[in-house]
Design a binder for this molecule. Sequence first.
Ligand SMILES: Cc1ncc(COP(=O)(O)O)c(C=O)c1O
Length: 385
Amino acid sequence: MEVSKRIFQLETETAFAILSKANELAIKGKDIINLGIGQPDFPTPKNIQEAAIKAIKDGHHGYTPSNGILELREAICELVLNKYKSKTRPDNVLITPGGKPVIFISTLLLGGEDKEIIYPDPGFPIYRSMIRYSGAKAIPLKLSEKDNFQINIDELKELITDKTSLIIINNPNNPTGSFMNKKQIFDLINLFEQHPKICILSDEIYSNIIFNNESMPSLLEYENIKDRLIVLEGWSKTYCMTGWRLGWSVWPDKLITHANKICVNYNSCATSISQYAGLEAVKGDQTEVMKIVSEFQRRKDYIYTELNKMEKFSCFKPGGAFYAFPNISKTGLSGNKFSEIALEEKGVALVPGSSFGDNASEFVRISFANSLENIKEAIKRLSTI
Ligand SMILES: Cc1ncc(COP(=O)(O)O)c(C=O)c1O
């Protein structure tokens, strides 16, 4: 048997491997604190759970339209209008099983042998994996600690060529926790305006988890790039719904039909029950979300302060998402070795920076998705490495 050569271009997401290793050690009786996986540790809010149960009882068991139920796409248009003053039609909204398929679809649509796609490094590992799978050349845009992990516009300019078909950005950023505010986004938009043939994938999945009273500058606010902008969003992080597999995205007219065709071929539709739950999430009470964000902020403040008190760590101040990304080079260890010791000897699961590209081998990602009490204990253990 010979499998398709393309399959060897696919990479994986180390966070999942670390999660299963941590679970394995926990089953064997080891006391493990998991700061590895990027999923909130809170339950899905009750009103959302109840909407799902109601959907089952109401008989919403069947396939839905492949782009999602109309009520949900309309609710997303309303959300986008209220939050970003951006007008979108339900036909331009795509509901998918999680946000991840949007990376899959956009790289398949805009990739290919003679194309180049720029992606953030460090960044969510699926970008590079899927770009390569599409046959395109993956061009890393280095995010540096010296720039507070913000996009360096001059460096981005240098990477753009005639072959660039897509630029992927992620704000707030996984794994660094960096956040670009409106002022910083402005320079980026100016650059995009100079390259009208290039599409943009703006991954905004952490848009609701922003600290210090900043507000989210979605790329949807910029009318002048909307005809080539894809925005990836979803329920996983904001509403603690990672396992429900539900995401939304906004697509330009020229791409939406193709994108929807990939959905028909690949997954038919997102789970009907999750879609009704997602409808309640966006239309219902948001108190729970606000509580969760303020708890993440409390944990972020603690981690940031404590890590920087220790000589061997330096940690950039996260502006959003729920990750800290300390530089651990003063320990004399690589991020890989540090993470290995953290898990096997200290019982703390982390993700090494090397899992997010080629530019972060001296870093580790710490997820705040655990109680403050456990985080305190984990930091104490890490200080002994
Ligand atoms: C930056 C980023 N984009 C997309 C996703 C995918 O989200 P989902 O679980 O909704 O597919 C994640 C999940 O960790 C992420 O961190």
